[in-house]
Design a protein around this ligand. Structure first.
Ligand code: NI
Length: 173
């Protein structure tokens, strides 16, 4: 290597905080791959609730819901999985930045539901029986407006490791 070339290289590095300078070669564009990909973030929260329909008698509620209607509440360790679908971005390779999805889920759901009573303390659940089925629909409605990259594909909520409900944003009619 000639002395002149070595000097040029050093100068180029120092302009860029020591990182190798981008040569014409490294500025070549990356290859973007096409395909629809589902990306999922999982979050956890603990909440109290009871299943109770105030339009019916206590005995009807007990018959319908059993222990789940206990007037002194009971709790669940909920696991929420939210999936966003899209094509990886040409520049980042991301469908959605999972840090951003985590932030959205924390702001819209976890902060409002964790260590709360779902029947009494969560504004967007007011007047709703907090069954897992109703929760996934309510959560979808809260999360969806905040997804700016890709499209919300599914909201899955585990009430226990064996029982979960999943919503894809479709209505029956
Ligand atoms: Ni329950």
């Amino acid at each position: 290597m000639s002395r002149t070339l070595a000097t040029k290289k050093t100068a180029a590095r120092s302009k860029n905080n020591g990182a190798p300078a981008r040569s014409a070669r490294s500025a070549e564009s990356v290859r973007s791959l096409k395909g629809l990909v589902n990306v999922t973030r999982q979050v956890h929260f603990n909440s109290a609730h009871r299943l109770y329909n105030p339009a019916f008698s206590d005995s009807w509620n007990e018959e319908q819901f059993g222990l789940c209607t206990n007037p002194h509440w009971h709790g669940h360790n909920y696991v929420l999985e939210v999936t966003v679908r899209g094509e990886p971005d040409d520049i980042t390779g991301y469908v959605i930045d999972l840090g951003e999805l985590k932030r959205v889920l924390n702001e819209t759901i976890v902060k409002k539901c964790d260590h709360r009573n779902l029947n009494e303390e969560v504004d967007f659940l007011r007047g709703v029986i907090p069954s897992t089925e109703n929760l996934v629909i309510a959560f979808w409605n809260e999360i969806e407006p905040h997804i700016k990259s890709g499209k919300l594909h599914s909201v899955r909520l585990y009430e226990t490791p064996r029982n979960f409900a999943e919503y894809f944003g479709h209505s029956a009619s």
